[in-house]
Write a protein that binds this ligand. Structure first.
Ligand code: FES
Ligand code: FES
Length: 155
């Protein structure tokens, strides 16, 4: 077992973990933060996307021990004071989800895009989210939601 210290969504945790434990399993099973979903566990679907030390990562491709000493933000850390994050609001308003399974990863990926490119084109949004798969929506409303959040300028 390895001892790790990680700040997740603003809360500091100290835990003993197996060296082989994936970050996504640590978040979901050890911390109970099940907002981050698991679609494939092979790095293909993007549903498990989180922010690790300022970088967008697929948390099924990262070991929990690699997050030691870092800050992690999950979709559960985006709402503030009971108010949705602008991307959460725009996904809701633009009907950018059906089953919602991909949505945490889509929102985290879109958040990363807007941090680097606050005014993306539809093509840039599609390119940025190409590692995030959705089986339901056909993507059109996801692109619209990201454009709407970008137009709002607060995301
Ligand atoms: S669960 Fe991580 S990319 Fe699919
Ligand atoms: S809304 Fe169902 S997978 Fe995207």
């Amino acid at each position: 077992m390895n001892r790790i210290s990680v700040t997740v969504d603003g809360t500091k945790y100290e835990d003993e973990v197996e060296p082989r434990l994936l970050l996504v399993h640590y978040l979901r099973d050890q911390l109970g933060l099940t907002g981050t979903t698991i679609g494939c566990e092979t790095g293909n679907c993007g549903s498990c996307t989180v922010d690790l030390a300022g970088a967008s990562v697929k948390s099924c491709l990262v070991l929990a021990v690699q997050a030691d000493g870092s800050e992690v933000t999950t979709v559960e850390g985006l709402a503030q004071d009971g108010e949705w994050h602008p991307l959460q609001r725009s996904f809701h308003e633009q009907h950018a989800l059906q089953c919602g399974y991909c949505t945490p990863g889509m929102i985290m990926g879109a958040r990363d895009l807007l941090r680097h490119n606050p005014d993306p084109s539809p093509r840039e949004i599609r390119h940025a989210l190409k590692g995030n798969l959705c089986r339901c929506t056909g993507y059109q409303n996801i692109v619209k939601a990201v454009l709407a959040a970008a137009a709002g300028g607060e995301a």
